[in-house]
Design a protein around this ligand. Structure first.
Ligand code: GLN
Length: 304
């Protein structure tokens, strides 16, 4: 497969299209990001890699980090985590509170904010030094010791994080948050603040395309069953109330973030990161979705 040629062609055609969507503005620091950035990076399990556009520019990975926090909690506790949250698509926006009342504080899945807050709570209980140990896991998974939180972005989200504060306190009222909400929120805002480039993202998440192993040295991040299941949840829940649409148009397990990043996985084949900050009304990157739709169509690489 000549990925370089196909990616270049699709990149140029999507870049030439008229801009749609808006840069996220509820986190003040994210509103400052130049909407023109557009980067793509693909890494295959047989060591081909190719990047184009702003693929070496760091950005805020936001909800893409929820895949890494889920992976670490799953690795540490196994199936026990499913006592605290579900694996069903919510069909609601990422920051919705509505289902929690009827579901008695059990979030539908780990990728909506409610679920990611419960995973954060689990990690705080399990890790000796939660922020340091989580970052260690991210650096180990990516084989990149340079990755870091952005204190600036974490503080900016904290200053405007009213819905997440409400969510965390609401779940706490049902007993499904064990630690102090301030600590859980601080951890959650930090994990969302991690910055990576498309190249770093595509390499970090490649374990999901490689049976749970890093490709560089076979280091095991997750076992085969856990890897299959994380991919399954990405497929069904990775884009909130647009997960069906992403499956329909792109047909790969994936995850979006409000910073405009998308990571998509073809199990056994590749991991691809796309970044463009303008989002549609569901909070997913407009150009990112378009690019991936064309990629899986032209390369026949949807999993379906
Ligand atoms: N940090 C963001 C929030 O909690 C993450 C949301 C997202 O990327 N969809 O609102």
């Amino acid at each position: 497969m000549n990925y370089q040629k196909i990616i270049t062609e699709i990149y140029k055609s999507v870049e030439a299209e008229e801009d749609q969507g808006q840069v996220s503005s509820y986190i003040p620091e994210l509103a400052q990001v130049d909407s023109k950035y557009f980067g793509v990076y693909l890494t295959t399990t047989n060591h081909t890699e190719f990047g184009i556009g702003s693929c070496y520019q760091k950005f805020s990975i936001q909800s893409l980090a929820k895949v890494l926090s889920l992976s670490l909690a799953y690795k540490m506790l196994g199936e026990k985590i499913w006592e605290r949250l579900g694996v069903e698509p919510s069909g609601t926006p990422f920051n919705s509170l509505v289902q929690l009342e009827t579901d008695k504080g059990i979030p539908r899945n780990p990728f909506i904010n409610a679920g990611a807050l419960v995973i954060s709570d689990i990690l705080i209980s399990e890790l000796k030094k939660p922020l340091t140990d989580f970052l260690k896991f991210v650096r180990e998974t990516s084989n990149n010791s340079e990755l870091n939180y952005s204190e600036r972005i974490a503080a900016s989200e904290k200053s405007a994080g009213f819905r997440n504060i409400a969510l965390c306190n609401f779940i706490k009222s049902f007993g499904n948050i064990k630690n102090h909400p301030d600590e859980v929120l601080d951890f959650y805002f930090h994990l969302c603040s991690i910055e990576m480039t498309c190249e770093e993202l595509s390499k970090t998440y490649l374990y999901l395309a490689n049976g749970g192993h890093r490709i560089s040295d076979k280091h095991q991040v997750l076992n085969a069953s856990q890897t299959k299941r994380v991919n399954a949840i990405m497929q069904t829940c990775g884009f909130y109330d647009e997960s069906g649409e992403f499956s329909f148009k792109v047909g790969l397990p994936g995850k979006s973030g409000i910073g405009g990043g998308i990571i998509a996985i073809h199990p056994g084949k590749f991991s691809i990161a796309v970044w463009s900050p303008r989002l549609n009304e569901k909070g997913n990157s407009c150009k990112g979705m378009k690019f991936l739709e064309q990629l899986t169509t032209k390369t026949k690489s949807s999993i379906f």
